[in-house]
Design a protein around this ligand. Sequence first.
Ligand code: FAD
Ligand code: PHB
Length: 390
Amino acid sequence: MKTQVGIIGAGPAGLFLALLLQRLGIESVVLEAHTRNYVEERVRAGVLEYGTVELMHELGVGERLRRQGLEHGGIELRFGGAGHRIDFRELTGGKCVTIYAQHEVIKDLIAARLAANRPILFAAENVSVHGLDGERPTIQFQMNGAPEKLECDFVAGCDGFHGVCRPSIPANALTIYDREYPFGWLGILAQAPPSSHELIYAYHERGFALLSMRSPEISRLYLQCEPDEHIAGWPDERIWEELHKRLAADGWKLTEGAIMQKGVTGMRSFVTEPMQFGKLFLAGDAAHIVPPTGAKGLNLAVADVRVLSRALGEFYASGKTGLLARYSDICLRRVWKVQRFSWWMTSLLHRFPDGNPFDRRRQLAELDYVTSSRAAAQTLAENYVGLPME
Ligand code: FAD
Ligand code: PHB
């Protein structure tokens, strides 16, 4: 098999890239390790930046998003038992975010790709990349046990944090920046109407809590927990009890419902520099991870592949390699700003095990400042709705 761009991974990075390239008339093949059903049901992020939503519409995949997405013009920061709203529309000149589950985005992107008769090879096994620093890299893999080879001009490594692309780059060609946080998030999906119209980020002595949602019938809630927390120690009643305590506010009540799913996620900040090696370009979680407090992971993956598609577009239109050579530099400027924001939101809102009473007073003072100074609130708002694309 031959193609122009071999894309490894059918997550947000790989699928957005495939559609962006399709629009430019550039051929690609997407290889995915899991089945279609698996990637379409995997519950992950839920907040789409303003620019991500615009891109879905531009690509003609925004029809369900328009009908089912929930536009949010702000968030609430809750501390000391009271809520404080950050008004995105007012602070950013009318921008908002949209709540629409990542796996719904995935369904829309896969449907559009397959409707255009372009290939996604699901359940590809033993994927490996070769000849990255040569003229024509290849991707080797197996389909139903039979060996296959895909020759390409370029490889896009969109295979997430645990993929094969980043480890295929010689270690001495990369610098890794890494920080693990001393806590995780216990997340649940509950059959309960959201108890608030907007997301609530709660700072509490007992630890952080977040109220989010997926639809008018389904709540998504998170609790700060130990990084290696055993979910078995969290029967449903304990989860609700803890959520009630951490989200408590005067005159407000949390609605409970049947818990449909629960899980624990670790939290880290991670950056690979550069994000390219020879003919391989890393995008999304394959190149960087952010803690989820800023709701940025999916959006940052989309920002990377916008840059990559522009660079590949320039190459195929004119033979110029200027943008391809600068791919990593262009992406990393945004990546580090998003890292900073995600780290800041995380540091502001979580209880650190080594934090002392001074640290907690300082966090409360910062929350007070962010919710009472227009300048500080605006900084949060412009980052949350998404910085402009370079
Ligand atoms: P991924 O979505 O990871 O996609 C990579 C794809 O590559 C996957 O489909 C994978 O199966 C495939 N793949 C892997 N290895 C191979 C291989 N060898 N060959 C072929 N295919 C391969 N972000 C938030 O903002 N909020 C959240 O609440 C949130 N929750 C999360 C919960 C979990 C459990 C995880 C893991 C992430 C969460 N994120 C969250 C982050 C967000 O979902 C990611 O940043 C986003 O999915 C990145 O997209 P991606 O396309 O780069 O990678
Ligand atoms: C979610 O709805 O899953 C969600 C929302 C906001 C975050 C993280 C996750 O910061």
